[in-house]
Design a protein around this ligand. Structure first.
Ligand code: CU
Length: 255
């Protein structure tokens, strides 16, 4: 009985004791109970918190990486889209350029239609005219860009000397008899001391000179038309501006 009582009293005492303790110091009891439960709960909280943190990092990182990839993916299609229209434009341009020559194609039909009407006469003469444009060449401009040319004996020549060069200097184009280049060159050098040399365009009065342009100022041009020499041979041409002809020369071969 006493044991049972003691047990009961123990229980009663324990509950009483607990109750009394709670009654005596509720805050302490609460704090105490809180402290008792904090160690396991804090570990769990730590684990949960850590898991949440890891999840948050994983999720956030996933979103971040995903957004980066999305932006890259969204950009790359734009680039391909940008390229694609360019290709299309290029293709259109090609098609247009292909169409453009196609359009002139009917135009040549008119000359072709006219050609059978007048087979040889006029077209043959037009083809016989040699049209050529010569400019200063090289880095210094003290040479011709065309150093050799070939014509048929007696062929009509339409020659344009275009004085376009980065180095602005006056030039001319003088055609001489075969083997007289140095002679003309010396005569031109003599003109350098002549007060009228510039006025004469530094073109000597010489029967060795067959054709010539005037002295052409920079950016200017002149076109001369003449019949090529009747005798086949190598006809030198040069610029007679003092000092130029040493390098600024060429050969017209008459066949
Ligand atoms: Cu010159």
């Amino acid at each position: 009985m006493s044991l049972g009582y003691r047990g009961l009293s123990g229980c009663a005492e324990a509950s009483l004791c607990f109750d009394s303790a709670t009654l005596i110091n509720p805050m302490a009891a609460t704090t105490h109970s809180s402290d008792n439960t904090s160690s396991p709960w804090s570990l769990l909280n730590l684990l949960i918190g850590g898991a949440l943190a890891l999840f948050a990092i994983y999720w956030g990182g996933g979103i971040l990486i995903g957004s980066v990839f999305q932006s890259i993916e969204s950009r790359s299609p734009v680039e391909t889209e940008e390229v694609a229209p360019a290709d299309v434009v290029a293709a259109n341009t090609v098609e247009k350029s292909a169409e453009a020559p196609a359009a002139p194609a009917p135009a040549p039909e008119a000359p072709q239609a006219a050609a059978p009407a007048a087979p040889a006469a006029a077209p043959a003469q037009a083809a016989d005219v040699l049209e050529i444009t010569i400019k200063p060449g090289g880095a210094s401009g003290l040479e011709y860009d065309t150093k050799t040319m070939t014509v048929k004996a007696g062929q009509k020549v339409k020659l344009t000397f275009e004085n376009q060069h980065a180095v602005p200097q006056p030039h001319n184009w003088v055609l001489c008899k075969p083997g007289t280049k140095d002679k003309v060159l010396m005569a031109a050098m003599a003109l350098a001391a002549d007060p009228q040399g510039m006025a004469k365009g530094f073109i000597p009065e010489s029967e060795d000179i067959l054709q010539h342009t005037n002295l052409i100022q920079p950016t200017q041009s002149e076109t001369i038309e003449f019949a090529a020499p009747a005798d086949p041979g190598e006809y030198p041409y040069l610029c007679t501006f003092p000092g130029h002809g040493v390098l600024m020369n060429g050969i017209m071969t008459v066949q």
